[in-house]
Design a protein around this ligand. Structure first.
Ligand code: XIL
Length: 384
């Protein structure tokens, strides 16, 4: 087997030979091009990192992150179940390292996430006998959690996903334990506690499928209400767990326009594009969905056909055209993972599929989609 550096040399040699023989290969923009440089002046470009990357056990992944991105999000390390697994136990081993990695590399650090209904232990909502706690107890727990976690990284983690996924698909508020126990104002309270803990941090509301009309209307109402109450919402995060045909560029565009009108920034926070056939009816990004393994929903187990690779590149180019057109209101575009091998879509909603949603492949090499995204940035610059 070729070592990666030898493999790269072999590829360069093959390209030179192919060119010399008159076959023009698609010019690779790698490795010199970087996402963070291509979009400098427009928005930051980031990735969600797993612990192997920020502890640098995955040395290749860590090197790629340093080269390509100027903002990072912890994929799991700051979620309640990891950072605060038991009532009086906080565990900051992973999140401290995440922050150290980001600071060492001069990156904008995002904290994900403070108040969510997933990856939050049951004890949070229950008393010692397993019965639901009352409003005051849950508010006190929420405040302690937010103040401890945000306070620890005050001035260092620059932006927080304060509330994640509070909306249903029809735009109403999700009946999570947060809502049923505390009431509608749990969202305001979460932002209030986060602001108390670090008044300089940017505070975000983050959700998926906001591009669909009903949910978008719900998001507009929610943000409007929060702003009217003086809640310092800096941005709405569109997760961006996209499909090849959804959202359409027009839907993406009108969603950004509708939200930006409210006077908040609109960030793309968890971008990936799923090329696999849908395995569940309701194609949202609800992490609690599960589907059975079935070879029909895992068609590219031994590799992605060129035609799909090219279609993915075109899809990414059209999404980034929309993002660039709105660079005045977009501060950040963050991918949910670095290379395809890291993506949560290999295990959601079906365990053990082979997914191809990102710009780098399983060897962390740039895909055609990477080149397409870089070209989109360069075209936009040339047109300016
Ligand atoms: C996912 C992680 O990527 C997985 O590793 C984990 O097992 C489940 O959560 N929306 C979110 C993210 O806001 O936190 C989710 O991340 C993906 C969907």
């Amino acid at each position: 087997m070729l070592r990666p550096s030898n493999a790269r040399r072999a590829i360069v040699l093959a390209l030179i030979l192919a060119t010399a023989c008159g076959q023009a290969p698609a010019p690779s923009l790698a490795p010199a091009a970087t996402l963070k440089d291509a979009f400098r002046g427009a928005f930051r470009v980031g990735a969600a990192l797993n612990s192997d990357q920020f502890f640098e056990r995955d040395a290749r992944g860590a090197a790629l992150v340093k080269a390509q991105f100027n903002t990072i999000t912890a994929e799991n390390a700051l979620k309640w179940e990891h950072v605060h697994p038991r009532p009086n136990t906080y565990d900051f081993a992973a999140s401290d390292q995440y922050v150290a990695f980001g600071e060492k590399n001069g990156m904008f650090l995002v904290g994900h996430t403070l108040v969510w209904h997933n990856q939050t232990p049951r004890w949070v909502f229950e008393d010692a006998s397993g019965k639901p706690v009352g409003r005051d107890t849950l508010l006190a727990r929420m405040r302690d959690h937010i103040q401890t976690v945000v306070g620890r990284y005050k001035g260092r983690i620059k932006g927080w996903d304060v509330v994640n996924e509070a909306l249903n698909e029809d735009g109403t508020l999700r009946r999570s334990p947060w809502l049923t126990i505390i009431g509608d104002d749990y969202i305001v309270k979460a932002f209030e506690y986060a602001h108390e803990a670090d008044s300089a941090a940017e505070l975000y509301y983050n959700d998926y499928s906001v591009e669909n009309a009903a949910k978008r209307n719900g998001a507009v109402q929610l943000i409007t209400k929060l702003k009217a109450q003086g809640v310092p919402v800096a941005a709405i995060g569109l997760q961006g767990h996209d499909k090849m045909d959804w959202p359409t560029p027009a839907q993406q565009d009108s969603t950004i326009v509708a939200l930006a009108k409210l006077g908040v920034k609109v960030n793309i926070t968890e971008l990936d594009v799923d090329v696999l056939p849908p395995a569940v009816q309701n194609r949202t990004a609800d992490v609690s969905m599960r589907a059975q393994q079935d070879p029909r929903t895992n068609p590219y187990a031994s590799g992605l056909p060129d035609s799909v690779q090219r279609a993915l590149a075109a899809r990414y180019a059209s999404l980034f055209q929309v993002f660039l057109a709105h660079r005045d209101v977009i501060d950040r575009v963050t991918f949910w993972g670095v290379g395809d091998g890291d993506s949560w879509l290999n295990n959601w909603p079906v365990p053990g599929r082979v997914s191809y949603p990102l710009l780098f492949d399983r060897q962390d090499s740039p895909k055609l989609a990477f080149d397409a995204v870089i070209r989109t940035a360069r075209q936009m610059r040339a047109e300016k």
